[in-house]
Design a protein around this ligand. Sequence first.
Ligand SMILES: [Zn+2]
Length: 117
Amino acid sequence: MSSQTARAEELLREERERLVRQLAELGAAETGELRSDLDFGGSFADAGAVTAERTEVLGLVESLKSQVDDIDRALERIEEGLYGICAGCGNEIPPARLEAIPATILCVDCKNKGVTL
Ligand SMILES: [Zn+2]
């Protein structure tokens, strides 16, 4: 494993911990599942505001969850020894891109083409 990959793995694991903590603060599990006992405002809040808040939290959870997914995929690539290789076309991902977005597993071309895996 190159030192750049080792550094990326470290960054990714730290970032993942941070995201999971944020999810926990929102009352969501690592899987994005909300705790069932979560209280959105209690009985005195008006229903519209509660719905709006709930929608906002769900949106946030969704976005955090997808970041965790991205990181998990990147960590898988590291384990397979494929980190830094585009999962779409097999070309090398430029180090500057990996530096900017350690969780990326696609080169800019594939990303722009909307390649999904
Ligand atoms: Zn590519």
